[in-house]
Each structure stands twice: as structure tokens, then as C-alpha cells.
Ligand binder design. Sequence first.
Ligand SMILES: [Zn+2]
Length: 335
Amino acid sequence: MSDETWTRFTHGGFTCTVVSDGPLRLGPAKNSFPGSTPNEVDAILLRNGLPTDHVTLDQNLLIVDAEGTLVLFDTGVGAMPDLGRRVYGPQAGQALANMEAAGISPNAIDVVALTHAHPDHCWGLLAPDGTPAFPNARVVVGAADHAHFTDPDKAAQVTDPHIRNQYTGARTNLSPYGDRLVLAEDGYSVATGITAIATPGHSPGHLVYEITSEGQTLVVWGDLCHHVVLLEHPEWAFVFDGDKEAAVAQRQSVYRGIVDGGRTVLSYHFPFPGLGTLTTRGGGYSWRPVAGRTAIVRSPHQASGREQGSDTSRSSKTPTGSTASSSAGIWPTSL
Ligand SMILES: [Zn+2]
């Protein structure tokens, strides 16, 4: 987990900014990976210098300036008092503040491209007062996710109040965008060089996005993979995978494509900023964080009245009210 709040880099001809929404804290690692054995999970965690009593996932929101179209990928848990922070704790829900710190106004976002409609990806569509946080954006969501998570009949069938929260929260956040919602299928073109790839498994309408500029492709893989454990063991599932068998198959297919194509990854839940590449190792894969690509770039979409204000393109700040070091465990409804 990092205390950095945003960073900026270039991808081909595109300017990219990664903004943190703050960390999410899960329960013990051994409960998070169905199909695994606890000893194996703990060994991997220890080898990677990670604790075994809990799993912490970062939330890395990517903003791409694609030839003048500003595309935000996923939104974090949001800061509505009765949704995001009540469920996920005050250390999350930092995205809007960190966007402002990075010099990007929410008003400048042209497209919000969701990988899926789980809380930590779409509950930030609304501002704390319940109005659209991105008032000038269209919102791209997988058609199957929209159908599933906004179906009141499905919500009514759920008895667990935390799981029901997923449905009501998705409907609450998506519906205010009205006719600016785009229900995307496989191959949907988001903007110049940006294509949605259907990867159902973690959720019914999960989308991975490929961002190609000047012959380089960056893969925004959302919740295709939450943790390095699932690189070493792609055959294991994640506790919140909706269809675990399909999620495993998607994981293996996308990993292979990334390695074969020499592509870079933006991983939503990996340690900030979640930028890296894959290499094969044994029967699995290993993660190589990409360093040194961070460039000093001044965004043309600065927030009004605010300057980026420094000659650095990185920023560190402990989020207000952070409880990241608290021993209190938080079990999100789904990730
Ligand atoms: Zn997630």
C-alpha cells in the first residue's frame, strides 16, 4: 500500500494519470482465494513481503487523455455518507479530492469507462450530495452488468443486506446518468485507440479495456486479477468472483495475450499505481512494476482555479482521516 495519491506518465501519444481512491482492507488472506490451500497462500505472501492476517487492495483510477477526449476508468467507492465510506471506511472515497490535487476537474471528464458495476468501481459516479460527479460524461458499462445489477427483481431475491447493497448502490449510481449511459458489448470503441473487451466471469458484464497508441498497448484489466497470488496461481479464484470457473478462464486467456503481445497492464487493485508487465514463471506469471516511465507532463485539463503547482508529477499525502494503519478489518460487500 502506498500513500501516494496520484502520478502521471505517458503511453504512446496519450497522457495518463493514475489517481488513488484509497485502500480497501479485507480479511485474512487464506479466506480470499477459493481453491487455494492456506499454507501456499501464506508462503506467497511472505515471499512478497506481505502480511498474512489481512489483504489490502489499492484502488488505482486511470485517466487517459486520448487526443483530447478525457477518459476515466472506474470511480472508486465514492464519498456518499450512506454508501462508500460507511461500508468501506474513511480511508477510501478519496478519488475526487485526489483528481483535484492532480489538476483534473471532474467536469472535464468526457467518458467514464467502467470495468464492471461492483461498489468499488461504480459507487463513485455520484458526488457526496447525490448528484453526478462527472456531469459532462457519458458512462460506459457492460450491458450484462447493467442488466444484472440494476434489476430490482434480482435485488429482491437477495437476503444478505450487504449483497443487496451491491444492487441498490449500482442502480443509485448509474440511473442519474439517464440517456448518457452506454451499454457496451464486446468490441465497443470508447474513444480513439480505446476498445472494450468482454471478459465475463468476475461479473456478468466485466470489461477489460485495451488502450493503443503509437503501437503500444496498455491493458486496463479491472478485476480480472486482484492480487499477485492470482498471478502465481491463475487457476485459483478470488472470493468475490461471481462465476469462479469463467473468471479463471478469462484470467488465463488475458495473461497469455499480455505476455505474447508485450503489453503493459494497469491493475486496479495492485499496489499504487498498478502499472507493470507480466512474465511467465513456472506454471504461472510474475509481476514487474514499471518504473521510470513517469514523465513530467502538464495536463491541459487543469481544475479551475487550481494549478498543478509543482515540477514533480508525483504526489504523496496521507488521506484525511485515514485508518489505513488501524487493526479494524473491513469486509467489503464485493470487489
Ligand atoms: Zn474491485
